[in-house]
Design a binder for this molecule. Sequence first.
Ligand code: ADP
Ligand code: CIR
Length: 357
Amino acid sequence: NVSGDVLAELEAGYNSLAASDSKSLLKKHLSKDIFNRLKKSSTPSFHSTLLDCIRSGLCNHDSGVGIYAPDAEAYKTFADIFDPIIEDYHKGFRKTDKHPESCFGHGKDFPNLDPENKFIVSTRVRCGRSVQNFPFNPCLTEYDYGELECMIANALGTLSGEYSGAYMPLINMDKSQQQKLIDEHFLFKEGDRFLEAAGASRFWPAGRGIYFNKARNFLVWVNEEDHIRIISMEKGGDLGKVYDRMLGGVEALGKHLHFSRDDRLGFLTFCPTNLGTTIRASVHIKLPNLNKNKDELQKLATKYNLQVRGTSGEHSEAKGGVHDISNKRRMGLTEYEAVKEMYDGIRALIDAECKAA
Ligand code: ADP
Ligand code: CIR
């Protein structure tokens, strides 16, 4: 039931990736054997194919990962390729492992990382949620986008106290307003070629938008990479405060929306790197001494299971010596442990920076 056109595109894409010097996890793990075993499969409900999962990595050889799940069933139908990539990215979550029950811990466990404001520009914690009974981006109809947006906007409309604010649909925003919000690190970028090739930009900007509380330190992204991204951010290094604010928002929204959670994989997301806790806790940080030796910084980051991104997020450069450093693993550990991993790692980097001075 996989068409000849799809098979031909898969074969050509596979051969081109295999001949490339791509460093992606897709290239590393997609052996010819696994490829041949999966190329004629499709998911039971949405009939998603291997091509739907890996088109992003086939089109973008500079992908770090290169695979997305078009629908939740893809994680099972195409487990032979998802499982090894998940194990590699999340540092040892094996195909027989089960993601633990949620344990969020408390912000007070994470006191200010930089009380003197010497290194940390800002702190952000985000998580992703999918809404039950809706597939991920590539399988959503235009009608689904509208319905999801409406459900999520209604839930956002119930938020009160420090969370109260307003939802802005992307469709009502002019380009300069949109660009300003991107530059201020509030809004997702437009035209991400990795997401585009994954089929995540159909009907754009329909159904997409952003919610702000009044203080602009609590944000919710609607229908970008995931149905929902819940974000808390502010200047400085008070991770505990930022984390608590995000947790309060997740809890409040969870009273009005049913989130998809899988017994083995944890909270479900479009990208396998976000499964499990879905948490990315990051700082924008200046480490001028460590910065002098990029390999050394990367080595330290790897040692503490941290991921280094550029100043404008994934696939961007570090401007003015500002890096975005976050936990890398999100799966196979609790929310508390994921944030603790970032907390301990950033403390260690700051120590190393001081010693290198
Ligand atoms: P995500 O965090 O959702 O995986 P990105 O890496 O694209 O996605 O980051 C989204 C936006 O959040 C970008 O503008 C990025 O610069 C911003 N960002 C991430 N961490 C921080 C931080 N600690 N302080 C300020 N902005 C941040
Ligand atoms: C890539 O493969 O580079 C993109 N599809 C993004 C993958 C998610 N990145 C990450 O490290 N969390």
